[in-house]
Design a protein around this ligand. Structure first.
Ligand code: PEP
Ligand code: MN
Length: 349
């Protein structure tokens, strides 16, 4: 249930509604807006007849939010949510953002070369995994804490925001300390204890769609984070598994407008994992921006042929530079812009 107050409702009117929600055994969540306040309710209230609330002073109307994911629903909040992952790096506004970098952090030289290359091309954030969820336990698992330190070094050198994956609660605490945005990968989209944990940390979360997850599942997973009091959730379409082995995954472009209708949360697209092959990444990145994605997440490696993970889908820096040039034009064609590149950090003496 969502109570929309009249623009001239008094603080006392708002308190009365909140007290009434508490009396019924639920938690009220007042959300002051530019013109009026809305009061949401947390909990399963399907059995309560709320119609009497409409008669209380200052109440404009009462909306029953039908969607199971409530706080992620557009009915709950009509304006688009903008998530600022670092000063000036905003996802969900009119500007389109680009997060780019290698699949994994491999060494100081590799991550610094990647960071400089993607920054020079116009990226806003550096991606790169320190904790890698690999299908095989024998494959490279990431550098762990050392990788996080190298990402922090790359941020100091380039001013790029840092986005990196956490696979468990302990890792999430470490990522929160070093990075700007915690990535929850496809394999962990339904790890509900991890979602609750990052909800409590309050850091921006990039939540990737699971390989077999419906859009409803994705939004319910976002709800786990939101319900812990963390409003900073960015969704990410990264393809789903199908019967077709022609591409690594089936990149679901339609998910972008579908999510935008159902939810106020920003949505990015990852054409690298979505397709799995370098020559498919550029066309699908272009298509994602044309479809209205708030940003793209792309794997770029200084020497993809030597990459320790996902080399086949990683762009060469020159390809990425050309892609960003094209994305600028596509964003312009739909009345958006590529966000400005963050300033270089002041030289440290
Ligand atoms: C990644 O971003 O490197 C990654 C592992 O992605 P996903 O969780 O979408 O497979
Ligand atoms: Mn990868």
């Amino acid at each position: 249930m969502l109570v929309v107050m009249q623009p001239n409702a008094s603080a006392a009117d708002i308190d009365t509604v909140c007290d009434e929600i508490v009396r019924q055994g639920f938690k009220p969540l007042p959300m002051p807006g530019a013109v009026r306040t809305a009061i949401g309710l947390l909990g399963d209230d399907a059995q309560v007849d709320w119609s009497y609330i409409e008669g209380l002073p200052g109440v404009a109307n009462v909306l029953i939010v039908q969607k199971p994911y409530r706080q992620a629903a557009r009915e709950w909040k009509n304006e688009n949510t903008i998530v600022e992952i670092a000063p000036g790096v905003r996802v969900g506004g009119s500007d389109v953002v680009v997060f780019a970098g290698p699949c994994s952090v491999e060494s100081e030289a590799q991550i610094l070369a990647s960071a400089h290359a993607v920054r020079n091309a116009g990226a806003h954030a550096l991606r790169g995994g320190a904790f890698k969820p690999r299908s095989s336990p024998y494959a490279f698992q990431g550098l762990g804490l050392e990788g996080l330190k190298l990402l922090a070094l790359a941020r100091n050198e380039t001013g790029l925001a840092i986005v990196t994956e956490a696979m468990d609660e302990r890792g999430a605490d470490m990522v929160a300390e070093y990075a700007d945005c915690i990535q929850i990968g496809a394999r962990n989209m339904q790890n509900y204890s991890l979602l609750r944990h990052v909800g409590k940390l309050g850091k921006p979360v990039l939540l990737k769609r699971g390989m077999a997850a419906t859009i409803n599942d994705l939004l319910l997973s976002a709800e786990y984070v939101l319900s812990e009091g963390n409003p900073n959730v960015i969704l990410c379409e990264r393809g789903v598994r199908t019967f077709d082995s022609a591409t690594r995954n089936l990149f679901d472009l339609t998910a972008i407008p579908v999510v935008q209708k159902l939810s106020h949360l920003p949505i990015m697209a990852d054409p690298s994992h979505g397709t799995g092959l370098r020559d498919k990444v550029t066309p699908m990145a272009r298509a994602a921006v044309a479809a209205g994605a708030d940003g793209i997440l792309v794997e770029v490696h200084p020497t993809p042929d030597k990459a320790l993970s996902d080399g086949a889908q990683s762009l060469y820096p020159e390809q990425f530079t050309e892609l960003v040039r094209q994305l600028r034009l596509i964003a312009g064609a739909i009345d958006r812009e590529l966000a400005p590149t963050p300033p270089l950090p002041a030289a440290q003496g």
